[in-house]
Design a protein around this ligand. Structure first.
Ligand SMILES: NC(=O)c1ccc[n+]([C@@H]2O[C@H](COP(=O)([O-])OP(=O)(O)OC[C@H]3O[C@@H](n4cnc5c(N)ncnc54)[C@H](O)[C@@H]3O)[C@@H](O)[C@H]2O)c1
Length: 320
């Protein structure tokens, strides 16, 4: 374990992801300062966080050992960046996905922090090189990309800038473990990081199968949720293959030729627009309620499923 285990965490941007990070850090016992350029947004975030924590408490899903009041007492709001950054050991940026905006905020942060604080971005796909180039504290900069909602889905992709110090990666890794997330280290940056590259490969083939009239949109989703996804909640694609034969090498020997043959039938990158997009969209709505209601109900159900799955996974953790 490295040394970044206690101190003030600063969240920049109190929207969807900023709120979730604040809850995750508070559940790990850290003091959190929540900063947003929109003052009212901070007050709304604090109210929403309490509401979410109380719901979680009721359903037995509140993370950590502290009560709602104890966790809430660790989180405070702030609408002045310089004040927010006093005593910061770790900054998690959560402002909208715009390179220009993020570069501006990192330049401001760079002026107000000490030489040991870590500056981390939640970006989904912006390049660490483009975001952090030229900063005085570039050695302390890293991407910590969460998966929505981070409270239930623990993966965090850690992506370094070429000048990020190895100690920054290790300290961020330890911090993520400490708050109960599951960090992975990318050894270098790549467009889309890893989670989205895998996700885009799947969504691209799902699109093609619908486009080519092989299967309906609803059924292709079932192939994942009732088939592949059942395993993937516990095992990755490589270990899945390993267990489906007598080791990964044996899997390649048995199935490699077939996999290569099928892969040669994959076509070009889909357009992601036009008739196929309309067909998929139409298939995913029902006529029973308004679109907003459908999204809200389905998201609530998704979060419930993910929270139960997280509990199950923690109960049946494999120890070797
Ligand atoms: N939503 C997701 O599913 C998801 C998943 C993983 C990563 N991310 C990444 O997290 C980041 C935040 O996404 P979000 O969905 O929480 O966005 P959001 O729009 O919900 O929240 C952004 C917040 O940033 C605030 N803000 C804007 N400019 C600011 C500034 N200059 N200083 C301080 N605060 C400012 C806004 O007022 C708002 O409260 C993005 O980079 C996004 O790509 C999002």
């Amino acid at each position: 374990m490295t040394d970044l285990l206690k101190g003030n965490i600063v969240i920049i941007g109190s929207g969807l992801i900023g709120r979730s990070w604040a809850m995750v850090f508070a559940s790990g016992g850290f003091t959190v300062t929540l900063y947003d350029i929109v003052k009212e947004q901070v007050a709304a975030a604090l109210e929403d966080i309490r509401k979410q924590m109380e719901e979680l408490k009721k359903s037995g899903m509140l993370r950590g050992t502290l009560s709602v009041d104890e966790q809430m007492s660790l989180i405070s709001g702030c609408s002045d960046l310089k004040t927010a950054l006093e005593d910061a050991i770790y900054i998690q940026e959560c402002v909208p996905e715009s390179l220009e905006l993020k570069r501006k905020i990192f330049a401001d942060i760079d002026l107000h922090i000490n030489d040991t604080a870590i500056i981390s971005s939640s970006t989904s796909c912006l390049s660490p090189t483009k975001m952090f180039n030229g900063l005085k504290h570039v050695k302390n900069c890293i991407v910590a990309h969460p998966v929505n909602p981070p409270y239930y889905v623990p993966l965090v992709e850690l992506v370094p800038h070429p000048e990020t110090q190895p100690a920054t990666v290790e300290r961020t890794y330890d911090l993520m473990k400490k708050i109960g997330q599951s960090p992975v280290k990318l050894l270098k940056e790549t467009d889309g990081f890893v989670l989205n590259r895998l996700q885009y490969a799947v969504v691209s083939e799902a699109w093609r199968l619908v486009q080519d009239g092989v299967i309906s949109p609803r059924d292709v989703d079932l192939v994942m949720s009732e088939g592949l996804g059942m395993r993937y909640a516990f095992l990755g694609p490589l270990e899945t293959a390993h267990l489906n034969a007598d080791g990964f090498q044996s899997y390649c020997e048995r199935y490699g030729e077939g996999i290569k043959r099928v892969l040669t039938t994959f076509g070009p990158v889909p357009e992601f627009s036009g008739e196929v997009a309309q067909k998929i969209d139409a298939a995913l709505w029902d006529n029973k309620s308004s679109k907003n209601d459908q999204l809200a109900t389905r998201r609530e159900w998704r979060n419930l499923c993910l929270s139960r799955l997280a509990k199950l996974k923690s109960e049946i953790k494999y120890n070797n």
